[in-house]
Design a protein around this ligand. Structure first.
Ligand SMILES: Cc1cc2nc3c(=O)[nH]c(=O)nc-3n(C[C@H](O)[C@H](O)[C@H](O)COP(=O)(O)OP(=O)(O)OC[C@H]3O[C@@H](n4cnc5c(N)ncnc54)[C@H](O)[C@@H]3O)c2cc1C
Length: 492
């Protein structure tokens, strides 16, 4: 078998590229097969490609030294309304969240730092790919474009991937080929969930009377329109999800939906771009089938309401990268069956997160349903969000501040993202993870580090941080080397 790679990744989108970099940093050979011949498809550039990054994604980029490249601070303005005391920090079903209402004392282990910024953090898909693709190549990843993966087969030792009339071979295949994943279908993954209730459209167009459409999120009698700025808007058409998404989106159809959903006589003067999406909500029943794994939209799809999909997918990549790399490296040096226990924690940790996002977006669809029932629920949720408790609950979830994996240890920090500690020399924890290696933080006698920014006693003496920035183990005693060794043996 010629050219047997350690890992083939199908799809060089943001999730596939992030994963490729993680693997290559850990000395794993990677081939990427990408369907599109050129990186910049129209839906990835400009306004249609803009995505909001939450704290978990900001941390992932920060911990690899990439944060300011994917979302330059100068380009992080609050997008919608600027008024005293208000800073847009996302939404739930169009009900706005205010970053200024964040009460950090409710998130005990969150320390303000470069990755904890609740203003809208826009990054375009094309921009992220433009940072990650050259980085992957500089780390030794081969990216072949114009290779549409059409078939997958596997045996005990390897996977064969078909792209057109060519075949490629690897020990592992990861499908990062988006919501309509060929890998998922070809490798026989079950995909379970709910069918759509609406069709959404992301539109760039010149309008004859743009002033008639209000900036922001606007629920209407027939759906919702979201006006980013004149000419860039999203439409949610509660059509039962019947629009046939294999056909091109025509100007005529968009005009019809604009009239119905906005309830105005605004006319499209020129359509520049339109793509469709739905609230179909599904998740792969498993994330690994033999030597084939799934990550990103290939593993889970849902409506883009609340901007969670990319954040979820990047979380998959950072979680899977070091585990798959460790599995590949271990199998090089051992004979006999591969130990898959570490790799299988990927599915155990990530499936519940995706299940939560699916529920979160389903709840928003229900709140947005046209008619008196949806309106009543919207009012109730709006009242809840208006309380300090409610606001912080929603901020914590949208921004990933309350995310925690269940690693079987009741300590609230185990399974959560490591606080971005500032050390006596002014350095911070985040950049110390740039090499994607785990580390032990021993606070020694540094009393300052044993306190959080708010002055709360942290009560910790040492902790073990995984390469993905998740705390795997803590001790409140002085550093116990045996305990640290036992924790290390579990993970590495
Ligand atoms: C309107 C809209 C707004 C959104 N806003 C947000 C937001 O604000 N925040 C957020 O977190 N998420 C948002 N999302 C979701 C986000 O865009 C996706 O979750 C994210 O792009 C998924 O990344 P991915 O790499 O898994 O898949 P994709 O971005 O779909 O990339 C998949 C790649 O695989 C390639 N590919 C597909 N099939 C094959 C094949 N057979 N062979 C080889 N290559 C293949 C594709 O060409 C593509 O490059 C939004 C989505 C939409 C539609």
């Amino acid at each position: 078998m010629s050219n047997l790679y350690d890992v083939i990744i199908a799809g060089a989108g943001p999730v596939g590229l992030f994963l490729a970099c993680e693997l290559a940093m850990a000395d794993v050979s990677v081939l990427m097969l990408e369907r599109e011949p050129e990186p910049n498809s129209p839906s990835k550039i400009g306004p249609p490609g803009m995505r909001a990054l939450n704290t978990a994604s900001m941390e992932a980029f920060y911990r690899r030294g990439l944060l300011d490249k994917v979302t330059p601070p100068s380009k992080r303005p609050p997008n919608f309304q600027k008024k005293p005391g208000f800073q847009f920090a996302g939404h739930f079903a169009g009900i706005w969240l205010n970053a200024n209402r964040l009460d950090l004392t409710r998130f005990k282990y969150r320390i303000p730092g470069p990755a904890l910024d609740l203003s809208l953090n826009p990054a375009s898909i094309a921009g992220i790919e433009a940072v990650l693709a050259p980085r992957a190549e500089s780390l030794g990843v081969t990216i072949l474009r114009g290779k549409n993966v059409t078939g997958v087969s596997q045996d005990e030792d390897a996977v064969t991937v078909k792209a057109g009339d060519q075949e490629f071979y690897a020990k592992w295949l990861v499908g990062c080929d988006g919501g309509r994943s060929t890998v998922r279908k070809a490798a026989g993954f079950e995909f379970v969930g709910t069918e759509p209730t609406f069709t959404g459209f992301a539109v760039q167009a010149d309008l004859d009377q743009p002033e008639k459409l209000k900036i922001g999120f606007n629920p209407t009698e027939d759906g919702m329109y979201v006006m980013m700025r004149a000419g860039n808007f999203h439409l949610l058409d509660f059509d039962g999800g019947f629009f046939d998404r294999t056909q091109n989106v025509t100007e005529e159809h968009i005009q019809d939906v604009v009239g119905r959903v906005t309830g105005t006589d605004v006319k499209i003067a020129k359509l520049h771009h339109a793509s469709s999406f739905t609230d179909r909500c599904k998740q792969a029943a498993r994330y690994r089938n033999g030597r084939v794994l799934l990550a990103g939209d290939a593993a889970h799809i849902h409506s883009p309401l609340g901007g969670q999909g990319l954040n979820l997918g990047l979380g998959d990549a950072v979680n899977l990268g070091w585990k798959l790399a460790a599995t590949v490296r271990a199998s090089r040096s051992r004979y006999g069956p591969v130990d898959l226990s570490l790799l299988d924690t990927y599915e155990q940790e990530r499936r519940p997160f995706a299940a939560w996002v699916l529920e979160w977006t389903r709840a928003q669809v229900t709140v947005l349903k046209p008619g008196p029932h949806g309106a009543a629920l919207r009012q109730l949720v709006s009242d809840l969000i208006d309380t300090d408790d409610g606001h912080n609950l929603f901020l914590g979830r949208v921004w990933g501040l309350s995310q925690r994996h269940d690693l079987g240890d009741p300590h609230p920090l185990v399974g959560a993202s490591a606080p971005d500690f500032e050390f006596s020399d002014g350095s911070r924890l985040g950049p110390k993870l740039e090499g994607a290696r785990g580390l032990i933080v021993d606070f020694g006698d540094d009393v300052r580090l044993k306190k959080l920014a708010g002055g709360d006693q942290l009560g910790l003496s040492a902790l073990l941080v995984r390469p993905d920035g998740i705390v795997a183990w803590v001790t409140e005693e002085s550093l116990d080397i045996e305990g640290a060794k036992a924790a290390l043996a579990r993970w590495f």
